[in-house]
Ligand binder design. Sequence first.
Ligand code: SF4
Ligand code: SF4
Length: 113
Amino acid sequence: MPKKNEYGLLIDYEYCTGCYSCQVACAQENQWPAGMSGIQVIEVVQKLPRDKAYLAYLPFPTELCILCAPRTKKGLEPACVKHCMASCMKYGRVEELAKEMSKKPRMVLWVPR
Ligand code: SF4
Ligand code: SF4
C-alpha cells in the first residue's frame, strides 16, 4: 500500500521511442559517471517471421533514482520527465498515478524505496 502523499513516476512505455533522453538527462542532472543513471532504457526485441523484428523500449528506473528531490523541492519536474519528448513519464502522488495506471495497459508505476 502506498503511504499518504508518497510520490512516484508513472511510465507509459507504449509510446517510448528509445531515444535515451531520460537516461542522459538523469546522468547529467545527477552527475553520474559514464554508464550510470537513475533510469535505464532497455531494448526488447521480438523476432517476427521472415527475418523481421518488433522493437520495444522499456524505461526502467534503478536504485539510483532519487526522484530528483533537489528539483522537485523547487517545484521543477524531474529531469527525465522534462526531457521526454514523447511525454511517457509523469511525476506525482502515487495514489493519483495508480488511478491513472488502471486505465490502460503498458504502464509502470515506480516508487523509490
Ligand atoms: S526522477 Fe530524477 S533521479 Fe529519478 S530517474 Fe528521473 S531524472 Fe533520474
Ligand atoms: S525520453 Fe521518453 S521516449 Fe525517450 S527513451 Fe526515455 S521514456 Fe522513452
